[in-house]
Design a protein around this ligand. Structure first.
Ligand code: P53
Length: 472
């Protein structure tokens, strides 16, 4: 492993900060989502309802605890810490022309605190949140107007933090909305709510194209402001394996991966890939994509590929000549691997596979910006948490990552463990789906003292970083 390998942890603003209405912050889409659970979807409400619980409003109150939390990250030896900027702290409604200085100040101070402790901030501009005002006023990313709003936000952040932050990402897991049937995925990626009978798929493709154009414009501006800045994309890398070596399964997997990862071809190559052009044509979509947009894409290729890795999927051929893929119906179980309590397949070798696949395809540096294990932790009477299952999961993944670097020769910048401190689960809004090395005393219903304590994995990860991945 390289000497300057960026070991660290990752979270997102809305999942940790709380302080949802402090110092002029507007509402984000994440503030409108109620708590859910396994088999209970999070609801999206149009106003804050008095009898509902919104877990992101307080989250783990990182807004007021960040100094204490950063001290713990330092104790583990973090080289970097990935978080995001809450867009509505900076532009409360999203379409203002001038930013909210109090919001900017919060990140100034937090980034300084990280740097003072020898930790590099790695920043996502929009991690599953955007000002709710943009949803109300413009219908979210249905509207081209959002490109300007995002680019303004990005420019303010690059200008302000260019000397504190080198590594940036534009949109978190932009491909999560490939599952356009899932309301929460589309709402959090694109701020879109559907009317009965709308063509969801067409709307989501248009929104994604606007986001990709906005991302490319942001990349170009960042380089103009400061050529040292490294701007990446962020993809949810869940490779889709063919169920078997049956050529029909192989081909179906090609089609499925195209639909889940075409965004990456745009980000990294600056073009709309042929398979998507042909798909749009076949569907008869009347997409709003100008010559100027295509130019913008060409000049805004990312500097590196940031991605999350939790799991792999599998799919079977179905005789569909167009290789179309529907995430809700076309996935099947992989008999060779186990699943977590939340039904997420555990496949450490898939990480090595993913690193090879991406490097073969793009030859860009990569950054694993999320990997982790969500589980129910048992807190003992003495306050300890024996999370050997988490250590096992991370260990297996790091071993495969090392093989990809040392044996396969991929170019990898760093690795940040998701939810390094317990935080609100994105998909269910629960606290009990924990990922952290640091336990936070907070429960699903919002009760708890918010006290932080170390789990067994804390000392383990500290050793991993200290030895640059030698002792696992
Ligand atoms: P939670 C799908 C596939 C892989 C990662 O998720 C995903 C998703 C979206 O559900 O999300 C990322 O908290 C995301 C984080 C999120 C983390 O995975 O549902 O970037 O915001 O918290 C873990 O267990």
């Amino acid at each position: 492993m390289r000497k300057d390998f960026l070991w660290g942890g990752a979270v997102a603003a809305h999942q940790v900060e709380g302080g949802y209405n402090e110092k002029g912050k507007g509402l984000n889409v994440s503030d409108m989502m109620t708590v859910g659970g396994v088999g209970k979807k999070r609801q999206i409400t149009d106003t804050i309802l008095p009898n509902e619980f919104y877990p992101n409003h307080e989250a783990i109150d990182f807004y007021h605890h960040y100094k204490e939390d950063i001290a713990l990250f330092k104790e583990m030896g973090f080289k970097c810490f990935r978080t995001s900027i809450s867009w509505a702290r900076i532009f409360p409604q999203g379409d203002e022309l001038e930013p909210n200085e109090d919001g900017l100040k919060f990140y100034d101070e937090m980034f300084d605190e990280l740097l003072k402790n020898g930790i590099q901030p790695v920043i996502t501009l929009s991690h599953f949140e955007m000002p709710y005002g943009l949803v109300k006023k413009y219908g979210g990313w249905r509207n081209r107007k959002l490109i300007d709003c995002f680019v303004r936000f990005a420019k303010v952040c690059f200008e302000r933090y260019q000397h504190q932050v080198k590594y940036w990402m534009t949109f978190n897991e932009i491909n999560n909305q490939a599952n356009y049937k899932a309301d929460v995925a589309v709402f959090t990626n694109s701020g879109i709510l559907f009317e009965e009978g709308e063509d969801r798929e067409a709307i989501v493709y248009q929104a994604a194209l606007y986001e990709l154009i906005a991302s490319a414009k942001a990349v170009k501006i960042a380089h103009e402001i400061n050529p040292d800045l490294m701007i990446g994309c962020m993809m949810a890398m869940t490779p889709i394996y063919p169920y078997s070596c049956n050529p029909d399964d192989m081909l179906k997997a090609v089609g499925a991966n195209h639909k889940r990862f075409w965004y990456l071809d745009v980000h990294a190559r600056g073009i709309i890939p042929g398979y998507m052009k042909s798909f749009f044509k076949r569907k008869g979509y009347d997409l709003d994509l100008t010559q100027e947009d295509l130019e913008a894409l060409k000049h805004g290729c990312v500097d590196y590929i940031g991605f999350s890795y939790y799991m792999s999927f599998a799919t079977k051929g179905d005789g569909n000549i167009n290789l179309d893929y529907d995430e809700e119906n076309d996935l099947c179980d992989n008999p060779y691997i186990q699943k977590t309590q939340w039904g997420w397949p555990i496949d450490a070798k898939g990480l090595r596979y993913t690193l090879n696949w991406l490097y073969d395809r793009y030859q860009l540096p990569m950054f694993i910006v999320e990997n982790g294990f969500g589980a129910i932790d048992q807190k003992e009477v003495d306050g300890s948490v024996h999370d050997q299952y988490r250590i096992d999961y991370l260990k297996e993944h790091i071993q495969e990552m090392k093989k990809a670097v040392d044996i396969d020769g991929v170019d990898l910048l760093g690795y940040t463990v998701w939810g390094c401190i317990d935080c609100v689960s994105f998909s269910t809004g629960e606290m009990k789906k924990r990922y952290g090395f640091i336990y936070v005393d907070k429960n699903n219903d919002g009760s708890g003292s918010l006290k932080r304590s170390k789990k067994d994995s804390f000392e383990w990860y500290k050793k991993v970083i200290e030895t640059n991945g030698e002792v696992l």
